[in-house]
Design a protein around this ligand. Structure first.
Ligand SMILES: Cc1cc2nc3c(=O)[nH]c(=O)nc-3n(C[C@H](O)[C@H](O)[C@H](O)COP(=O)(O)O)c2cc1C
Length: 157
């Protein structure tokens, strides 16, 4: 082992990475999407999921305004959407329209479910914790969705 920069370790351990999409609600009632790498399960009972969102992201403003998110696990059909949602801001564009996203209202009826994804959790935010330039939002999973016809897509940058 040798001492190195933080980024050297980060680059080594993060490929291939899993990426997900997070749906949030904009203050005007329309919806936003962000690509995230920083997400994890944080509780067995009740089932909870955490996402870490940068303070500069428009999604951060959306999540502090409306306490729900859907975490969407992509299929290979969502490759282009992952790039779009990870490179453009919802401040500037409507990513649902730009990505031609097909969705349905879900069971919780708070945020849309992306129809051709591999799986999705509908979550209500129960806790948040600031971590440097990001905030970790912890959501309690209210409903779980799976698409038996779609495999999980593993993102390779
Ligand atoms: C593969 C990938 C993973 C990303 N992971 C995160 C993440 O975990 N948290 C985060 O805040 N931004 C992450 N980003 C950056 C946001 O997706 C990006 O800044 C996005 O354009 C923000 O959109 P918004 O302004 O509409 O919220 C990631 C981007 C990519 C391409």
């Amino acid at each position: 082992m040798k001492l190195c920069l933080f980024t050297e370790v980060n680059n080594k351990i993060h490929k291939p990475m899993k990426a997900a999409l997070v749906v949030s609600r904009k203050p005007d009632g329309s919806h936003n999407l962000i690509t995230v790498e920083w997400f994890m399960r944080t509780s067995i009972e009740p089932a909870q999921y955490a996402i870490s969102i940068g303070h500069s992201r428009y999604s951060y403003a959306c999540l502090t305004d409306f306490p729900y998110f859907n975490i969407v696990f992509p299929s290979s059909d969502n490759k282009t959407l992952l790039s779009l949602a990870g490179s453009q801001s919802g401040r500037d564009i409507d990513k649902f329209t730009a990505g031609n996203v097909q969705s349905n209202p879900g069971r919780l009826q708070k945020l849309p479910i992306i129809t051709d994804a591999a799986a999705c959790y509908e979550c209500e935010i129960v806790t948040q914790l600031r971590s440097g330039d990001h905030t970790i939002f912890v959501g309690e999973v209210k409903y779980s969705w799976i698409n038996p016809e779609k495999e999980l897509f593993v993102y390779r940058s």
